[in-house]
Design a protein around this ligand. Structure first.
Ligand code: MSP
Length: 514
C-alpha cells in the first residue's frame, strides 16, 4: 500500500511565505513518520501556475507568464530543498504531462454528461480565484482574505454539473474521517446543506491556462486544472496514458493537507469531479488553521510579513519546525511570536533535550572510559523504562491521528522526566562511594537509553537534530532494524564508545525585531 500525502499546490505569484512553509513542514513530518513506520510514501508538493492572478502578476512585471512561473517555481523547489523537505514529486501545472492529464480527465467528465455551456455572472476575487456568495454591496466589499475589491464577471463559460452530485457529496462529507478537524467538517456540512450549484470550469478572458479542446478562446478554470495536479504528479514522467498511469500509480491520495480557506474546493468540488470521472476520492482532507504574527494577520500592507528565508538563515531548520509543530495544534490558528519562539527553543531544545544529552554523555565518558556503561539492571523496577514505553505508545497514537503537537510534547515530556530521574538519583553524589558503582552504571545507562529513544522519536519531527543526537551517542541508529523496533527499550549497546560531546543546539538570543 502506498501512502499519498499532498501539500496545496502553491500559487506562484510570490515566493513561499510562512503559511506555505508551515503546511509543507507538517506534511514533511507526516511523510517521514510514515516512511519510518514502513509505508511506501508519495509526498507531493508543487505549484499552481495558471490563472488570472498569475497572468496579472507577470504583466505587472512586464514579462511573459511562462518566464515568471519558471523563476518562482524554481524558488519554491529550491526553498523546499533548503528546508530539507523530503518531497517525492514536485508538480508544475504548466508541464506537458499535466496538460495530458487535464485533457484526459475532461474527456471522462464530458462522457458522464457533466459539462454544458452557460452564462456565469458574479463577483470574483482574483486573489482567491473564486466567485464569492453574492455579498452585499459587492463593489465595495473587500475579500476578507485578500483585502481587495471583488470584480464583476459576466461571460459564457463551460459548467460542471456539481448539483447532480448532491447526495453523493452529502454521504462523503459525513463519513467519520473524511474532513478534519470537526469544526471544518461542520462548516462544509452546512455549506452543502444549502444546495450545491453547478460551477464554471472554463474562462474566456484568461489566456494563461490550458486550452479547452474544441472551444477556441476558452481555457480551463485554474482550480479545475490545479486540483488535477495531485493526480498528474503521480505520473509526472509519462508522455501518454498519463491519467491511467496516475490511477495505477497510487491514486487516491490518503490525505490532502490544506489551509481552511480552500476547504470547499477540496472537500466538495474535487470529490464530485472525481466521481464524475469515475475515479476514487481522497481518503481525507485536513484543513489546518491560519498563522498570525504577534496576534495580527500577516500582510504586506501591515508590514509584518515574516520572511521564512530569514528565519531559516538566522535560526536554522529545526527550531522553526519545532515551534510550528509543537506550539500550534494542527487545525487551530497559530500565532508566531518572536519572544515565545526564542523561549521555547531555549527551554525545550537547548536546556531540556540538549543539556540532558550533553551532561550525561560527559559523566559517562568521565566515569566509564569514554563509553556507555554496562547495563547492570540492579533495580527491580525501572521507572524510566516505564516512562519511555508510555511516551512511545502515546507518540504513535498521536502521530497516527494527526496530533503532531501532542506527539512532540510526548518527546519533550520524556526528556523532562529523564532530567528529573537524573536529578532525583544524583549519580554525581553516588559516584563518590565505590560501592555505588553498579547503581551509577544503571542510572547512566538508563538516561543514555532514554536519550536514544528521544533522538529516534525526533527523527520525523526534527531530522537534523535527531541526526546530531545519534552522532553524540556514537551513531547507533540501525537501518537494518525497522524504526518502530528500534524504539524498544534496552537496545543501547553496553560498553559502546561515546564521542566527545559538542552542543547539539545553540541557545538563541532574543532580538526585538526579526
Ligand atoms: N493554489 C491554491 C491551491 C491549489 S491546490 C490544488 C492556493 N494557493 S495559495 O498559495 O494561495 O495557498 C496555499 C495554502 O497556503 C492554502 O492552504 C492557504 O490556506 C495557506 N495559507 C495562506 N496563508 C496562510 C497563513 N497565514 N497561515 C497558514 N496557511 C496559510 O490556494
Amino acid at each position: 500500500m502506498t501512502f499519498v500525502i499532498t501539500t496545496p499546490l502553491y500559487y506562484v505569484n510570490d515566493k513561499p511565505h510562512l503559511g506555505s512553509v508551515y503546511t509543507t513542514i507538517i506534511c514533511d513530518s507526516i511523510a517521514r513518520y510514515k516512511r519510518l513506520a514502513g509505508e511506501e510514501v508519495i509526498f507531493i508538493t508543487g505549484v499552481d501556475e495558471h490563472g488570472l492572478k498569475i497572468q496579472r502578476t507577470a504583466n505587472e512585471k512586464g514579462i511573459a507568464p511562462k518566464s515568471h512561473c519558471d523563476e518562482i517555481s524554481e524558488i519554491f523547489n529550491n526553498n523546499w530543498k533548503d528546508w530539507n523537505i523530503s518531497f517525492d514529486k514536485f508538480i508544475r501545472t504548466s508541464s506537458k504531462n499535466h496538460e495530458f492529464v487535464v485533457n484526459e480527465f475532461y474527456e471522462r467528465v464530458k462522457a458522464s454528461d457533466d459539462i454544458y455551456m452557460g452564462v456565469q455572472k458574479g463577483w470574483y476575487c482574483v486573489g482567491c480565484e473564486e466567485f464569492k456568495d453574492n455579498p452585499e454591496n459587492s463593489s465595495t466589499y473587500k475579500c476578507p482574505i485578500h483585502q481587495k475589491n471583488l470584480e464583476w464577471k459576466n461571460e459564457e463559460n463551460l459548467f460542471f454539473r456539481l448539483s447532480k452530485y448532491q447526495k453523493e457529496i452529502e454521504k462523503i462529507i459525513n463519513e467519520p474521517s473524511f474532513i478534519e478537524p470537526i469544526e471544518r467538517k461542520n462548516e462544509i456540512i452546512n455549506f452543502v446543506s444549502r444546495g450545491l450549484k453547478d460551477f464554471s470550469i472554463s474562462r474566456t478572458n484568461v489566456t494563461w491556462g490550458i486550452p479547452v479542446p474544441g472551444y477556441d478562446n476558452h481555457t480551463f478554470y485554474v482550480w479545475f486544472d490545479a486540483l488535477l495536479g495531485y493526480v498528474s504528479a503521480i505520473s509526472s514522467d509519462a508522455t501518454e496514458h498519463s491519467l491511467e498511469k496516475s490511477i495505477n500509480g497510487g491514486w487516491p491520495a490518503d490525505v490532502h493537507l490544506i489551509g481552511k480557506d480552500i476547504l470547499r474546493f477540496h472537500a466538495v468540488y474535487w470529490p464530485a469531479m472525481l466521481i464524475s470521472a469515475k475515479m476514487k476520492v481522497p481518503k481525507k482532507v485536513f484543513g489546518h488553521g491560519f498563522l498570525t504574527r504577534e496576534g495580527q494577520k500577516m500582510g504586506k500592507s501591515l508590514g509584518n510579513v515574516l520572511d521564512p528565508d530569514l528565519l531559516l538563515k538566522k535560526y536554522g531548520n529545526d527550531p522553526v519546525r519545532w515551534y510550528l509543530i509543537k506550539d500550534i495544534s494542527l487545525g487551530n490558528d497559530g500565532d508566531f511570536q518572536d519572544k515565545r519562539f526564542v523561549d521555547i527553543i531555549n527551554n525545550d531544545l537547548a536546556n531540556t533535550i540538549g543539556n540532558l544529552l550533553n551532561r550525561t554523555s560527559s559523566m559517562s565518558r568521565k566515569w566509564f572510559d569514554n563509553k556507555v556503561p554496562n547495563n547492570e539492571k540492579i533495580s527491580s523496577k525501572n521507572k524510566l523504562e516505564n516512562y519511555a514505553k508510555i511516551a512511545v505508545e502515546n507518540y504513535i497514537y498521536n502521530f497516527d491521528n494527526y496530533k503532531l503537537d501532542l506527539a512532540a510534547n510526548e518527546v519533550l515530556n520524556l526528556a523532562i522526566n529523564t532530567n528529573l530521574y537524573l536529578n532525583d538519583n544524583q549519580p554525581w553524589v553516588l559516584i563518590k562511594e565505590k560501592d555505588n558503582l553498579p547503581l551509577v552504571k544503571e542510572i547512566i545507562y538508563n538516561v543514555l537509553e532514554s536519550t536514544r529513544i528521544i533522538g529516534l522519536l525526533l527523527l520525523p519531527l526534527l531530522p537534523e537534530l535527531s541526526i546530531k543526537i545519534n552522532e553524540q551517542l556514537g551513531s547507533i541508529y540501525r537501518e537494518e532494524i525497522s524504526w518502530k523496533k528500534q524504539l524498544i527499550w534496552g537496545l543501547l549497546v553496553s560498553n559502546s564508545s561515546l564521542p566527545k560531546p559538542t552542543p547539539i543546539i545553540n541557545k538563541l538570543e532574543y532580538e526585538q525585531k526579526l
